[in-house]
Write a protein that binds this ligand. Structure first.
Ligand SMILES: *[C@@H]1O[C@H](CO)[C@@H](O)[C@H](O)[C@H]1NC(C)=O
Ligand SMILES: *[C@@H]1O[C@H](CO)[C@@H](O)[C@H](O)[C@H]1NC(C)=O
Ligand SMILES: *[C@@H]1O[C@H](CO)[C@@H](O)[C@H](O)[C@H]1NC(C)=O
Ligand SMILES: *[C@@H]1O[C@H](CO)[C@@H](O)[C@H](O)[C@H]1NC(C)=O
Ligand SMILES: *[C@@H]1O[C@H](CO)[C@@H](O)[C@H](O)[C@H]1NC(C)=O
Ligand SMILES: *[C@@H]1O[C@H](CO)[C@@H](O)[C@H](O)[C@H]1NC(C)=O
Length: 228
């Protein structure tokens, strides 16, 4: 077996998504839809020309992959939990990228109340730091009802099994999915079939409750919410 990522969360039927209104402007590499571009920092991004000239995505641009992030109740551990989801399920769909090739992944934030990002866990993103998905560090988060086109360029030696996840708040616990970087050439070992299994933790509290720490405050009898 080439790939072993363990998926524990129950499979979910497709969930209705809230209405999406077309954004007024498409995401562009190197700029964010939620605030000033980090390229104002002189050391951000590759040297001009090293990876080709800056690109602007006009209306004819078609991304290689699309992920849609929603907030909905899902059945997990025999309970219903309001959770941030990728493509209506947790874990979200597997994403398969080619090594040594730039792939564009358009992430729609279909939520009306929360920011989101997607982080490519395990990839260095050395050629596209602005697409790393770490909010307020490498990018401003994607605001509600906006999208961002992520530039993801796995190196030729990055083949393997990873996962993607939101990096905003506690969303990563449910907004996550398998990220497979394909083999660079023929597979190194013979195998019969590939199955992907992804484990995640389950929390019987909503993200907002956990982020605020108010349940801990309450259970410890503290006067002010404390997280350590
Ligand atoms: C959109 O961008 C592509 C690639 O840069 C370019 O070839 C094409 O002419 C553009 N189309 C429009 C309508 O501007
Ligand atoms: C996610 O869902 C969108 C439509 O809702 C679909 O176009 C896209 O292919 C899905 N992504 C993956 C990786 O399956
Ligand atoms: C989840 O279900 C509860 C109870 O029906 C409802 O109050 C809540 O709005 C739902 N949350 C979401 C995100 O759909
Ligand atoms: C979304 O991110 C922006 C920029 O960091 C921040 O100002 C705003 O408060 C965030 N919105 C929510 C709902 O967290
Ligand atoms: C992987 O490839 C990159 C660029 O092609 C190189 O910088 C890096 O050192 C390589 N890593 C390993 C572990 O060989
Ligand atoms: C936590 O568990 C209780 C009891 O089973 C359930 O009613 C509730 O919906 C769960 N809450 C979350 C956020 O999963």
């Amino acid at each position: 077996m080439q790939t072993v990522l363990l998926l524990v969360s129950s499979a979910l039927s497709a969930l209705a998504q809230p209405g999406w209104t077309a954004p007024s402007h498409p995401g562009t590499p190197g700029s964010q839809s939620g605030g000033p571009p980090p390229s104002s920092h002189p050391s951000w991004g590759p040297p001009p020309g090293e990876y080709g000239p800056p690109q602007t995505h006009n209306s004819s641009f078609t991304p290689d992959h699309v992920l849609r992030v929603t907030y909905a109740n899902v059945s997990m551990g025999c309970e219903s939990r309001a959770s941030v989801l990728v493509n209506g399920s947790t874990p979200g769909p597997e994403l398969r990228l080619e090594p040594g090739k730039t792939s564009w992944v358009r992430v729609y934030n279909d939520m009306t109340q929360y920011n989101t990002t997607i982080h490519w866990h395990g990839l260095s993103q050395r050629t596209a730091q602005f697409s790393d998905g770490t909010p307020s560090a490498s990018q401003w988060p994607i605001p509600p009802i906006h999208f961002f086109d992520y530039e993801v360029h796995p190196e030729l030696n990055d083949s393997g099994t990873y996962f993607y996840h939101s990096h905003v708040g506690f969303q990563a616990v449910s907004a996550t999915g398998p990220l497979i970087i394909e083999d660079n050439g023929p597979p190194p070992y013979a195998y019969d079939e590939e199955r992907i299994i992804q484990f995640t933790d389950y929390f019987n509290k909503t993200d907002t409750t956990i982020e605020k720490g108010s349940w801990l405050h309450h259970s410890l009898g503290l006067e002010k919410p404390t997280l350590c």
